[in-house]
Write a protein that binds this ligand. Structure first.
Ligand SMILES: *[C@@H]1O[C@H](CO)[C@@H](O)[C@H](O)[C@H]1NC(C)=O
Ligand SMILES: *[C@@H]1O[C@H](CO)[C@@H](O)[C@H](O)[C@H]1NC(C)=O
Ligand SMILES: *[C@@H]1O[C@H](CO)[C@@H](O)[C@H](O)[C@H]1NC(C)=O
Ligand SMILES: *[C@@H]1O[C@H](CO)[C@@H](O)[C@H](O)[C@H]1NC(C)=O
Ligand SMILES: *[C@@H]1O[C@H](CO)[C@@H](O)[C@H](O)[C@H]1NC(C)=O
Ligand SMILES: *[C@@H]1O[C@H](CO)[C@@H](O)[C@H](O)[C@H]1NC(C)=O
Ligand SMILES: *[C@@H]1O[C@H](CO)[C@@H](O)[C@H](O)[C@H]1NC(C)=O
Length: 478
């Protein structure tokens, strides 16, 4: 690739996402999500962030399989908005599932929701039990917030490969800039790199003052736990482009799930979480309960001393603890510029290094490769992705590094029905579909809710046309 790779990793996200048929009689989960700007100072500098229902980060949506999920998104921003949800379906014998690209929430397959309009996503969740998240997919808005967790909980009759837990929490980690997203966008438009982020947020808050490098007056996140209990901690990286190493001082992270796939359980002292990925760890509170502990999310594959301010620190607070977390942060893996640790971690949860050649085909992990919606491509390495083209429609294949996605690293796969079989045709266009661009004249006016609901407005967004079929091996070179 001719683009220079600023971050050491490049990411591709396979947008085979949500949206399935609605079956009459199944229960409904209705959500109203209002996206608006609020002012917050996560790193001590007041800035405009995108809140969902007034909260930053947004609320976690919690649904159960077979629910028909109806999410009415109100766009109170001053620009158009599209929301996508990183949900992956992996099928199995006898599981017939139909998703709709009309609900995918990315440009090219969906028109953006104009300012002061609303749009209702409708889809059914099936067996994708696990941890996911929703994010804005256009206009660089993800760098300003608008994200939240999306958890699909098992039904009582479905057993998980672990005992009942004492608690369940979502932790959103991500690199963060104190410039607002319009300024960041303008830098990219002018051909500039974004440079080092200003910090890492954990659940929308800046670092605990673990050292004098952290300015005063920053609020941090505290997770309250009880000694002896075991919690499921779902960690998602919603940042722009930085891979983060996640760890909890003195505590083991028992990896249990990667985006809906239940992994063989293994303890880690720290774990790399790339942008767009979500994992569940089972953490037992088995340490001395008279003190608090650090929760750390620090950047990977960079010089830690230069990037020291880009460190997220939250606090794990035992209910009877009397002492603040103290001392130095727990060490990150000591393998700077040595991708083998990370490679091993990635391979251990099943995924090579060097240049891809025809011969590499023989080395694919065809047996227990896991289903992912997001996968990493190490610099100078490659990742082969088997995409099941079992769902007709137009799907988006993209990098999840936000700056590269914004600059156009994406493509579309159009999956065409080979047979004239009713079950395999594309799902019908939903009746509330938005039209834009050359089809903009087909759009019915919508009542906007800005001025007492009286204004009628037509869409005039530029259109992004769907492209053609595409090869499924992604090959990156710096
Ligand atoms: C910290 O939290 C308090 C209480 O919620 C709030 O009043 C204050 O504005 C916050 N400060 C910053 C810098 O976000
Ligand atoms: C906007 O929200 C209303 C309910 O508040 C709903 O009836 C309408 O269908 C929504 N519009 C679209 C395009 O989804
Ligand atoms: C974004 O930041 C720029 C530069 O600081 C500022 O001019 C602009 O008003 C900000 N926009 C908003 C909506 O805060
Ligand atoms: C993981 O570590 C916990 C202690 O934190 C221990 O109880 C458990 O047996 C370990 N599990 C595995 C699979 O190593
Ligand atoms: C826990 O830590 C406190 C304070 O450091 C210490 O006094 C106590 O002996 C420790 N308890 C155990 C069981 O190690
Ligand atoms: C990291 O940066 C510091 C300060 O700029 C420098 O002294 C050190 O040599 C760098 N370390 C590596 C491994 O490049
Ligand atoms: C990959 O290919 C490039 C150019 O073809 C070459 O410069 C590089 O040495 C190769 N890397 C490996 C690990 O074989």
């Amino acid at each position: 690739m001719s683009l220079s790779c600023h971050t050491l990793l490049c990411w591709f996200h396979i947008g085979l996402l949500l949206g399935v048929f609605c079956y009459a009689g199944d229960p409904f989960a209705n959500y109203e999500l209002e996206f608006s700007y609020i002012t917050a100072s996560p790193l001590g500098v007041p800035q405009q962030v995108i809140a969902v229902n007034g909260k930053f980060p947004g609320p976690t949506l919690n649904v159960t399989p077979n629910y028909d999920v109806v999410v009415n998104v109100k766009n109170k921003l001053d620009e158009s908005l599209l929301i996508t949800c990183y949900i992956f379906h992996y099928g199995g014998p006898g599981i017939e599932m139909r998703r709709s690209s009309w609900q995918d929430g990315v440009l090219g397959t969906n028109c953006p929701i104009p300012s002061n309009w609303n749009w209702t996503y409708r889809f059914q969740v099936k067996d994708q039990i696990g941890s996911y998240h929703y994010v804005p997919s256009t206009n660089f808005q993800r760098a300003a917030g608008g994200f939240g967790g999306f958890v699909i909980t098992n039904r009582k009759v479905i057993h998980l490969p672990f005992n009942t837990l004492d608690g369940d929490m979502v932790i959103a980690i991500g690199d963060w800039y104190t410039q607002n997203h319009t300024t960041l966008r303008a830098s990219l438009d002018a051909g500039k790199e974004l440079g080092m982020p200003d910090g890492v947020l954990i659940n929308g808050k800046g670092p605990f003052k673990y050292s004098s490098i952290v300015p005063d007056g920053i609020n941090h996140t505290t997770l309250n736990v009880d000694s002896g209990k075991t919690y499921r901690i779902r960690v998602i990286n919603v940042g722009v482009s930085t891979c983060l190493n996640f760890r909890i001082q003195s505590h083991n992270l028992l990896l249990a799930e990667a985006e809906g796939h239940y992994t063989s359980q293994q303890n880690y002292s720290s774990f790399d979480i790339h942008v767009g990925q979500s994992y569940s760890f089972l953490v037992t509170m088995d340490q001395n309960a008279s003190t608090d502990y650090y929760i750390v999310a620090s950047p990977r594959f960079v010089n830690q001393s230069t990037w020291q301010r880009v460190t997220g620190v939250a606090v794990l607070h035992y209910s009877n603890s009397k002492r603040c977390a103290s001392g130095p942060l727990p060490d990150p893996p000591n393998d700077l510029y040595d991708p083998s640790f990370a490679m091993n971690q990635a391979i251990s949860i099943r995924m090579a290094f060097g240049n891809w050649t025809e011969n590499s085909r023989g080395s694919y992990n065809r047996w227990d490769a896991i289903a992912r919606s997001t996968t990493q491509v190490f610099p100078g390495g490659w990742t082969a992705i088997l995409v099941y083209l079992d769902n007709v429609g137009a799907w988006n294949l993209r990098t999840v590094n936000l700056d590269r996605w914004y600059l156009g690293q994406e493509t579309y796969i159009r999956i065409i029905n080979p047979e004239d079989h009713e079950q395999k045709t594309e799902l019908p266009v939903p009746d509330n579909v938005l039209f834009c661009g050359v089809l903009g004249h087909l759009q019915r006016p919508q009542r906007t809710f800005s001025s007492a609901g009286s204004t009628i407005k037509e869409l005039s967004e530029p259109c992004y046309l769907m492209l053609m079929a595409f090869v499924a091996v992604v090959y990156m070179m710096i």
